[in-house]
Design a protein around this ligand. Sequence first.
Ligand code: ZN
Length: 310
Amino acid sequence: MLTQIKGLHHVTSMAASAQENSDFFTKTLGLRRVKKTVNFDDPEVYHLYYGDQIGTPGSVMTYFPFPHIAKGRPGAGEVGETSFAIPEGTLDYWQERLASRGVAGLSEHQLWGEKRLRFKGPDGDAFSLVEVKDDPRRGWAGTEVDAGNALKGFHGATLRLTDPGATRELLSFMGYQEVDRKGEWSRFAISGGNGADVVDLEVVPSADFARPGAGSVHHIAFAVDDRAAQLEVRKALIDTGYQVTPVIDRDYFWAIYFRTPGGVLFEIATNEPGFDRDEDTAHLGEALKLPTRYEPYRDEISRRLEPIRD
Ligand code: ZN
């Protein structure tokens, strides 16, 4: 069993409109945009990152906004719902806030012994806010949401699978333990993690596979401290039979990717070097940052990107 994984690092999804996406995460949810860059594999598309003050791993929701992309169709083999932790006693605040802003899909649930408010993002993205007791993480107290109500980071995510067997084994191998079960559905959690500690398996035996599009999660990333830990995880996964990419430099972290048996794309990302490596903490996410290889094309790239008004 691996001991290097520390919980979630980030979740990356697709959106249709950069402006709508930025407004929703910074204004409605009150997260901080900690990086405005481009998709390193397709520089005509933004890569927007939202999180706490410095984009602490475990707090970072990221998006590729593809203008005019069709909406995704939910199904098996994807992340079903991404959940953020909120302070105990703030569910009513969020219910009122999201309702007053016309957020779709609001519904309250009691699940796994937790109070949960489900809602949809601008493209139908499935999210929830979960009251978590004694979560020491500090959310971003920006101009929109005060520190007492702020999202603290991820609580976890749900994987929607037709057959959970191999994914259960994989999560156990990665250091997760099953902590609760309801029929076929399971909750896994990692101890000694960064707070984004929970992965739930939702079993949908007869569901069609998801069709990716706006509002779909592209991949889910798990955190390791550094590159040495990442190489250990990579070797262990390969020894177990997984096909894992080489280590890829994403400027703010190092990444490896592998497809899991249930169809979900997993990434292992390093906590180093972080989002403040090329910007002052006070101004994170304001300027368009480009990887070195695209700097010679900055003018052309900027012209092709839809401007975002903050
Ligand atoms: Zn990623």
